[in-house]
Design a protein around this ligand. Structure first.
Ligand code: KIV
Ligand code: ZN
Length: 535
């Protein structure tokens, strides 16, 4: 096994795997696969994804990260597309990366001249070989296509370039014609040939057939380029490698035209876990994926294999319990293998084990007898799908642990509604029940919280003044749990100050809850003192 991993040895890496034992058994009948080169096209096919536009600086940053990850080749752009692209390629050519840096070029002399102009050493030329493309797009005969492919490969070789040649739409091309073209470019000195499944239309079995046929015909290394239109980019790439392809085109996070190209991280992990072949420094996959996601602004699906935010996130009680005892129960490999983190999510599906375990990890000794109350709060807050993070969990737990004895609620809030908006005076209506008597009151305020508190005061006790109001959003995000602390003073009895605290998702609702808690505390004290003035 070729080792590219910086700090971990192969044996330790193997120990991080928990894949099916049948994977290796099933390979006993086939020819073992040798080294596989990663030809990364994030900066070319990846950038062609609608919605992605990279600046020269972006491309240089990503190229440097890809080089650091250990890919063998980087297709950094399409020189003929613009002067700016040529300039970027020139800069990448000058940055002395270990990877071979390629530019794409149509089988057109002007495109090859544009690549020569950048100072790059490697070129990827292509021309379509399917009847469909030749007739409707190129409007060329097969003979003209073959001649052009050979002429341009020859021209690039004459200028000292390393050349990879692609039969565009290979998987819908006539096999005999494709072989003819590939043999002719081989004769012209091509260094490798690429078989693109341009529209993602082949199946793994058919890909095996195509690559095996081509392998019978050509001697140069065979590359494969799989699109994901039918969700088969990964199995097709693996099938091609099993059948003799030794180079594969990949994109970080699977970006690319339409539904994208096969994802580098998925190919790398499958080759390592199931075939024992190491292609890149796996531990750098997480950071490279995040960098590409951030720079391209192309959001990754939560459930994206290997690098999606849910790839190692566990919420349901049964899964968390399993993972806490042995991670292999619900993880195919350890997240540290690819440089990402495991996440135990506290949410609607969490069980007591996960919450307990999380609190323990956070150094909080939470009383067993209050666990039920904590679980109810968590489920209430998370019922809309919200994930509760550590800071929020601490706040809720803390609130429950330090909540004073439950107070008999003399005042009950039956209903409340707030009407607010831009250029509208916020108005709140509350209905309270005080010792069996119901009162409904409306009041205005500067904003919904003020209106709600004013309405409560008016309904319950106009002699109450709000001395302090404190609000904090625990995570600093807009969907954060908030904590509200209020201090109310009963101005009839200026010695009595009552504090109310609440945590919740909605600022207005939580402010109302905190105010009601303070009011009930005030009522309880008055009851205790038999209404005597304490001053
Ligand atoms: O998908 C494709 O066919 C391509 C070629 C340019 C290789 O991206
Ligand atoms: Zn493509």
């Amino acid at each position: 096994m070729k080792i590219k991993q910086a700090s971990v040895n192969a044996e330790d890496m193997e120990k991080m795997l928990a894949v099916s034992p049948y994977n290796r058994i099933a390979l006993e009948d086939i020819e073992p696969i040798g080294n596989v080169s990663m030809f990364d096209t994030t900066l070319r096919d990846g950038e062609q994804a609608p919605g992605i536009a990279l600046s020269p600086e972006d491309k240089i940053r990503i190229a440097t990260a890809l080089d650091d990850l250990g890919v063998d080749a980087i297709e950094a752009g399409f020189a003929a597309s613009s002067e700016a692209e040529k300039e970027t390629l020139r800069k990448i050519a000058g940055s002395r990366l270990d990877a071979d840096v390629y530019s794409l070029a149509r089988s057109v002399k002007a495109d090859i001249d544009a690549v020569i102009d950048t100072g790059l050493d490697c070129i990827h030329t292509f021309i379509a070989t399917s009847d469909l493309h030749m007739k409707y797009k190129l409007k060329m005969t097969p003979e003209q296509v073959k001649e052009r492919a050979v002429e341009t490969v020859q021209y690039a070789k004459d200028h000292g370039l390393t050349v990879q040649f692609s039969c565009e739409d290979a998987t819908r091309s006539d096999m005999n014609f494709m072989k003819e073209v590939l043999l002719a470019v081989q004769e012209a000195g091509v260094d490798s040939v690429n078989i693109p499944d341009t529209v993602g239309v082949i199946t793994p079995r058919a890909m095996s057939y195509v690559i095996s046929e081509i392998k019978k015909a050509v001697k140069v290394p065979i590359s494969v380029h799989c699109h994901n239109d039918l969700g088969l980019a990964l199995p097709n790439t693996i099938a091609a490698i099993e059948s003799g392809a030794s180079i594969c085109h990949v994109c970080i996070n699977g970006i690319g035209e339409r539904t994208g190209n096969v994802a580098l991280e998925e190919v790398a992990l499958n080759l390592f876990a199931n075939y024992g072949v190491q292609t890149v420094d796996l531990s750098k996959i997480g950071q490279t994926s995040k960098l590409v996601e951030r720079i391209t602004g192309f959001p990754m699906a939560y459930n994206k294999p290997i690098v999606g935010r849910n790839a190692f996130a566990h919420e349901s009680g049964i899964h968390v319990h399993g993972v806490m005892n042995n991670t292999a129960t619900y993880e195919p490999f350890l997240p540290e293998l690819v440089g990402v983190d495991r996440k135990i999510v506290i949410g609607k599906h969490s069980g007591v084990h996960s919450v307990h375990g999380r609190l323990e990890n956070l150094g909080i000794e939470f009383p067993e007898e209050k666990m039920e109350e904590l679980m109810t709060s968590i489920k209430d807050i998370a019922s809309g799908g919200k994930e509760i993070d550590d800071a929020e969990l601490i706040t809720i737990a803390d609130h429950i642990m330090w909540k004073k004895e439950t107070i008999d609620e003399a005042v009950n809030l039956k209903e409340f509604a707030v009407f607010t908006g831009k250029d509208i005076t916020s108005t709140a209506t509350v209905t309270v029940d005080i010792a069996g008597k119901t009162r409904t009151v409306s009041e205005i305020g500067v904003g919904p919280v003020d209106a709600a508190i004013n309405a409560i005061k008016k309904a319950v006790n106009d002699n109450m003044s709000m001395e302090e109001y404190k609000l904090s959003a625990i995570t600093g995000k807009s969907d954060s749990i908030c904590e509200v602390t209020v201090m109310v003073k009963n101005v009839q009895d200026d010695c009595s100050m009552s504090v109310g605290k609440a945590v919740g998702l909605d600022i207005v609702e939580t402010s109302v809850d905190a105010t009601m808690a303070a009011i009930n505390r005030d009522y309880a004290r008055q009851r205790k003192n038999n209404g005597k003035n304490n001053c």
